[in-house]
Write a protein that binds this ligand. Sequence first.
Ligand SMILES: Nc1ncnc2c1ncn2[C@@H]1O[C@H](COP(=O)(O)OP(=O)(O)OP(=O)(O)O)[C@@H](O)[C@H]1O
Length: 270
Amino acid sequence: MTVLPRTDAMTAGSQSRPVYELSGVAKSYARGNLRALDRVDLTLREGSFSSVIGPSGCGKSTLLKIMAGLIPPSEGGVYLEGTPVTGTREDIGMMFQQATLFPWRTVLENIVLPIEIRDGKAAARAKHRDALALLELVGLKGFEGRWPHELSGGMAQRAAICRMLVTEPAVLLLDEPFSALDELSRDFMNMELQRICMERNATAFLITHSIPEAVILSDTVYVMSPRPGTFVETVEIDLPRPRTLDMMTDAKFGDYVRRIRARLDKGAFL
Ligand SMILES: Nc1ncnc2c1ncn2[C@@H]1O[C@H](COP(=O)(O)OP(=O)(O)OP(=O)(O)O)[C@@H](O)[C@H]1O
């Protein structure tokens, strides 16, 4: 991943190249005879941060699983760096609500695990220096020899960020990564996530149930309606970067939150 500082002019990623593309993606589950997703078109540009927000059961996780190559779409195409996504790939990084670190491995050993699985123990050892740099990036310098049970929830999620980044993925798929944290830790980790994404010019896609979280982090927010899930509104967030928590009291921030809330009230929620 190229390290480029992102500037205000690049906030929406509008000038950068497309990294990830979905065209006409739909998903039907035979079980329950359910059309979970319908006609989803999406382009993620390099260095952009996008979020999808919608009510429970509208198809967000289904969309993310398709994007990660974990399940196939019933219709449509999914492309990363111009090549079809037909299964899991090492250039796709994922993070979930739980850090799921292995308790019998140290923090460092957890971080290099994807490399060990892919290329073996020697390759994983050769990555230790990179892993230590990642620990420094997320503010966990000195914690490499600790065990997962010695970490707080936020620290465990920081370690999970390192594990996601160690394979240098082209795109980061984030499924409510901080929703299990208390509100203060969650706000703090969101600002940390922004810093890390900006430092690495990461292309990120976040699932969230929180409108303020979507607005403060994103260049683009997609509002999803249920049954079948599809994007009913796309909101470009024109706030300067780096964003700060103080911005949440700005009138413009409030306008974005109200606009998304109104769209959800109008029919994205059942
Ligand atoms: N494997 C499956 N087989 C059948 N139906 C499924 C399957 N997975 C999901 N569904 C259905 O697809 C719809 C969308 O589910 P999905 O988990 O994608 O929603 P979501 O927006 O992520 O929900 P939440 O916000 O509650 O996590 C739901 O009606 C769900 O019951």
